[in-house]
Design a protein around this ligand. Structure first.
Ligand code: FE2
Length: 124
């Protein structure tokens, strides 16, 4: 099995992929969020795909991004190639204080499979 085909056999993350590979750098979602969130207030969570720019062509593009806190589903956005860019900003309000939680973004590339990026947040 080629390396590219093997990418479709798992959820690829910074932990299980080659961190220094351009493939990894173009696919792991990046979550930008303040590290501490006050409960009951909205904060913008920005998700982009890759610390390096990913191709955005009909033959090779990011098909969708899903957003979770832990295993709790929060949202999803589907993209058309060329005319849209795989970037989203989601207002997020948490209602429980004292949480130390992992925000997770999962994206799918039509040629390189599923990729997960995470960010830790605390609530007060
Ligand atoms: Fe890709």
């Amino acid at each position: 099995m080629s390396d590219e085909k093997a990418l479709f056999c798992k959820l690829n993350t910074l932990e299980n992929a080659d961190k220094d590979s351009p493939v990894t750098k173009k696919h792991v979602p990046v979550i930008t969020v303040p590290p501490v969130l006050k409960t009951g207030e909205f904060y913008d969570v920005k998700i982009t795909v890759g610390e390096m720019e990913h191709p955005n062509e009909n033959e090779h593009f990011i098909q969708w991004i899903e957003f979770y806190i832990g295993s709790v589903y929060l949202g999803r956005f589907d993209f058309a190639p060329v005319m849209t860019k795989p970037e989203i900003t989601i207002p997020l309000k948490l209602s429980h204080s004292g949480l130390d939680s992992t925000l997770r973004a999962i994206s799918r590339c039509n040629r390189h499979g599923l990729w997960e990026g995470t960010a830790q947040v605390k609530t007060e």
